[in-house]
Ligand binder design. Structure first.
Ligand code: BTN
Length: 239
């Protein structure tokens, strides 16, 4: 497949815009890219800072090529594509923090928000920080968020990043059902084997991360035994 991108100067969220296009019967492979988002969204209701021209803010619409029961594999599969694309363009060696964060130099440079209306469509939203985020981000995010420029000293435009990302994404999604990408997903994991904290609603508890299963779920050892965590419910923090 190939993606057909629509470029916007500004929108609230490319995921929301893509959802609107989906409701108007936009075809499989539609992609929306904006220079700026006024209300970029992250997982678990968080905000995704999206200053003008400083990142790639992109959402793609899928109408085929997935089974409803495999929808949990979409985000890990897209994460492998984004990690490969970031490495290809910048020469970096990125890691993946389950489930949807791409890390460079110990900090997050990319996040993914997948939203589905099954069985009709899935929207994958990918945000990649390209240019230095130090001035545009609140100070409390400086230790956790970074950009390709901050980590490699190289500057890329959203268009240059999209031209590398979209073919990688198409290629990975094409073979998603085989599960082969999970090997690379695990290899790139920055949390397997680490001690971490799981945040589940109001509960916070310590875990040791054992691995990622074939459904893309996180397998952890908790004080009460081994548990399998679903990405919709939890976030994981580690040192
Ligand atoms: C996260 O880090 O929790 C996910 C961030 C996803 C951000 C991207 S930017 C393009 C698309 N539009 C959005 O509103 N969110 C995603």
């Amino acid at each position: 497949m190939t993606f057909s991108p629509i470029f916007l100067r500004e929108t609230d969220s490319t995921n929301t815009y893509c959802k609107m296009l989906a409701a108007e019967n936009a075809p499989h492979g539609t992609a929306v890219i904006a220079c700026r988002q006024t209300a970029g969204r992250g997982r678990l209701g968080r905000r995704f800072e999206s200053p003008e021209g400083a990142g790639l803010y992109c959402s793609v619409l899928l109408r085929e090529g997935f089974k409803a029961e495999n929808v949990g594999l979409i985000t890990p599969c897209a994460a492998v594509a984004a990690a490969k694309a970031i490495d290809r363009i910048s020469g970096a060696d990125s890691g993946i923090k389950w489930v949807n964060d791409i890390f460079l130099g110990g900090r997050k440079v990319c996040g993914i928000l997948t939203e589905a209306r099954l069985p009709d469509y899935i929207i994958i939203g990918i945000g990649i920080n390209l240019l230095s985020v130090k001035e545009s981000l609140p100070a409390e995010l400086h230790s956790v968020a970074s950009s390709i420029e901050d980590e490699t000293g190289r500057r890329f435009t959203p268009k240059e990043m999209a031209d590398v990302l979209l073919p990688f994404l198409a290629e990975e999604l094409e073979h998603m059902e085989s599960g082969a990408f999970l090997h690379e997903y695990r290899e790139r994991s920055v949390i397997i084997g680490k001690d971490a904290e799981v945040h589940e609603g109001n509960r916070v508890y310590p875990v040791h991360v054992l691995g990622i299963d074939d459904d893309g779920k996180l397998v952890v050892e908790t004080p009460d035994g081994v548990r399998t965590l679903h990405s919709g419910d939890v976030s994981v923090r580690f040192e």
